[in-house]
Design a protein around this ligand. Structure first.
Ligand SMILES: C[S@@+](CC[C@H](N)C(=O)[O-])C[C@H]1O[C@@H](n2cnc3c(N)ncnc32)[C@H](O)[C@@H]1O
Length: 205
């Protein structure tokens, strides 16, 4: 039984085409940290809230071992069809990011590309504790999350919750990790109608 995931996501993915390509910041993070791996297939990535699989598609194409979990069966079906259609492999799990069905210390890297922001503060802490549990010692976390100071209306209104993160909250949210580093990404959108503000967080177990 899913506890925190909002069924509005299913509706969203049913009605809309979703982004098919990874964000530049994720590509840069993966390139900087993992492109030199001698055996890419041995590098295990887990994406929390993988949606229709744009990031898993990129990781699989680059030869890494990719696993994704999401509460949306509709999104996972899209991801499966796209990966299969291109002969790419990834493990997909229907489930909640706060209860990861993976063993301790089983991933080299955990990705959150705008999944955790859609959960309450307490649930976000649970999800991050789970991310830490499944990471190998020394494993890396990448987390992209919306920042305070931007209008929630710029994101979505009719499904799920939106939790914006302040700079002061970052060390508390990622307290279970070491080597916390973060950058910001601020841009205008819709001909400067509003600002989109995001944190790009990296940390290590
Ligand atoms: C903004 S979308 C991002 C999808 C994908 N990461 C991407 O970059 O295209 C957020 C995704 O997180 C999923 N999600 C949010 N909270 C979740 C939770 N607690 N457990 C599982 N999935 C969750 C939603 O179903 C949705 O697919």
């Amino acid at each position: 039984m899913l506890r925190m995931w909002d069924p509005g996501w299913d509706e969203l993915f049913r009605k809309n085409e979703w982004g098919r390509y990874p964000p530049e910041e994720l590509v840069r993070f993966v390139a900087r940290n993992f492109y030199k791996a001698p055996d890419r297939a041995a590098v295990r990535f887990l994406e929390l809230g993988c949606g229709p699989g744009a990031n898993l598609w990129f990781l699989a194409r680059e030869g890494f071992s990719a696993t994704g979990i999401d509460g949306s069966a509709v999104a996972l079906d899209r991801a499966r069809r796209r990966l299969d259609g291109e002969g790419l492999k990834a493990e997909l799990t229907l489930g909640d990011a706060s209860k990861l069905p993976y063993p301790d210390a089983s991933f080299d890297c955990v990705l959150d590309v705008e999944c955790i922001y859609a959960n309450s503060w307490e649930d976000s802490l649970r999800i991050l504790a789970e991310a830490r549990r499944v990471l190998k010692p020394g494993g890396l976390l990448f987390s992209k999350a919306f920042m305070t100071g931007m209008p929630k209306e710029a994101l979505h209104q009719d499904y799920g919750l939106i939790r914006l993160t302040s700079e002061e909250e970052l060390p508390k949210l990622y307290a279970g990790f070491s080597s916390l580093e973060y950058d910001s990404l601020i841009r205008t959108d819709r001909n400067r109608k509003h600002e989109v503000r995001e944190w790009i967080v990296t940390a290590r177990k």
